[in-house]
Design a protein around this ligand. Structure first.
Ligand code: PLP
Length: 396
């Protein structure tokens, strides 16, 4: 850890140091692709192996363990996104699942619309397409401007303008998954309140690396896949559902989400009622003895690092590279309208994307190409030299 004095606030601020030793990334690979998948922390790997081994002897697995691990996981996620009641958090297998629960519990009329950003990740589009089709409602997909100048600012303005008195729901990421464009959720929440629309956030590409405060923003739902910025395993995610969904109908009916499911001897005393809060929306077999402890350990590490420190770390290691790329004609969004952990690099006209892709591959630099942007997504296991390698490959 490195400490420095922040003169403005007169506080000792804590700057994260490189955390690569906590991961098992192979040497020789420049991994700038956390948006694709977060690498495994050694500690998380250990928890997974312990979880596998637990099934060697089911006699040592008491019924109470079906509840305690899940409860711990909900508590950690609640801490991370600042939710007071952990039972507002539901364990889900994927974003599509979490959003299907939202889609199944909104009353949509043909005169109404749902607002999304253009080219959003499909899991945060198909549910809305389907619901709009069923109701004869309109799905508004809001495009960014073609011009790059002030792209993020203008895209945000267009989103605000698109929300009208007929808007039932706005479904967005905090940042756009393909190029990190940041959406001003505070302004969007304000606008949704003015027109009485719901706000649903897909936090998959931000929560974990960018601070998110449910108690301040008060979205109606927040849904996150666990395997990217939350550094968890694949096939587990977490969702927050507000009181709006308290009396809703979950997309599946399973035993553990029902009242008194703790009492294994009376499970066939079938119950009308569910467990409190948002637990009705949890996936069957949510107690997963391998994935749940892995996800919990990953969240504990992120909470210890703090998302604001992760964001600052990414800013520090990428600042020089972004300046150099801009000087060479590449385009990166203004700082205010992008993430530091996730940003798109757009090529000068004369540069051929196919050649660049090949060069990145030859240099073992892992980034993603999404649309017309190279998506660069560093994290605490990266260093300034990783970004310098990227610059070298792009500039050559
Ligand atoms: C913004 C966003 N949401 C969700 C997902 C994953 O969705 P699902 O969990 O439904 O597979 C991704 C994967 O890339 C993503 O980028």
């Amino acid at each position: 850890m490195l400490f420095f004095l922040n003169f403005k606030s007169n506080k000792i601020a804590r700057m994260l140091s490189n955390q690569r030793k906590k991961f098992s990334l192979p040497s020789g690979v420049t991994y700038l692709n956390g948006s694709y998948m977060g690498p495994l922390l050694k500690e998380v790997e250990k928890k997974g192996i312990e979880g596998i081994k637990r099934k060697r002897n089911p006699a040592a697995l008491p019924p109470s363990d079906f509840f305690t691990g899940s409860e711990k996981l909900r508590q950690e996620f609640a801490k991370l996104v600042r939710v007071k009641e952990p039972n507002r958090i539901a364990i889900i297998p994927s974003v599509s699942y979490g959003l299907a629960n939202v889609a199944a519990n909104i009353n949509l009329h043909s005169s109404q619309n749902i607002v999304v950003a253009a080219e959003q990740f499909p899991s945060n589009v198909y549910s809305w397409m389907q619901r709009c089709k069923e109701a004869g409602a309109t799905l508004k997909e809001i495009e960014p401007p073609v011009e790059l100048h002030h792209r993020g600012k203008i895209w945000n303005e267009r989103l605000l303008d698109a929300i009208d008195k007929n808007t039932k729901l706005v479904a967005l990421g905090n940042v756009h998954w393909a190029d990190g464009t940041k959406f001003d959720l505070t302004a969007i929440r304000q606008r949704t309140r003015e027109v009485g629309a719901l706000l649903v956030i897909d936090g998959t590409q931000s929560v974990g690396a960018l601070p998110f405060d449910v108690s301040k923003l008060q979205p109606d739902a927040l849904v996150c896949a666990g395997y990217k910025w939350l550094l968890g395993p694949y096939s587990i995610g977490l969702a927050y559902y507000s009181e709006y969904f308290d009396a809703g109908t979950p997309i599946e009916q399973n035993w553990i989400t029902r009242k008194n499911s703790e009492d294994f001897s009376r499970l066939v005393k079938y119950q009308e009622d569910y467990q409190p809060g948002a637990l009705r929306y949890e996936v069957g077999e949510r107690s997963n003895f391998i994935l749940v402890p892995m996800m919990t350990a990953a969240l504990q590490q992120i909470i210890a690092w703090k998302p604001e420190n992760i964001q600052q770390y990414c800013k520090k290691i990428s600042a020089k590279a972004i300046n150099q790329l801009r000087e060479s004609g590449y385009w990166v969004e203004d700082e205010k309208f992008r993430g530091h952990h996730l940003f798109g690099v757009r090529l000068p006209k004369e540069v051929d994307m196919e050649k660049i892709k090949l060069r990145l591959q030859q240099n073992k630099i892992s980034v993603s190409v999404r649309g017309d942007a190279i998506r660069v997504s560093p994290n605490v296991y990266n260093s300034e030299s990783d970004l310098a390698k990227l610059v070298k490959a792009l500039k050559r």
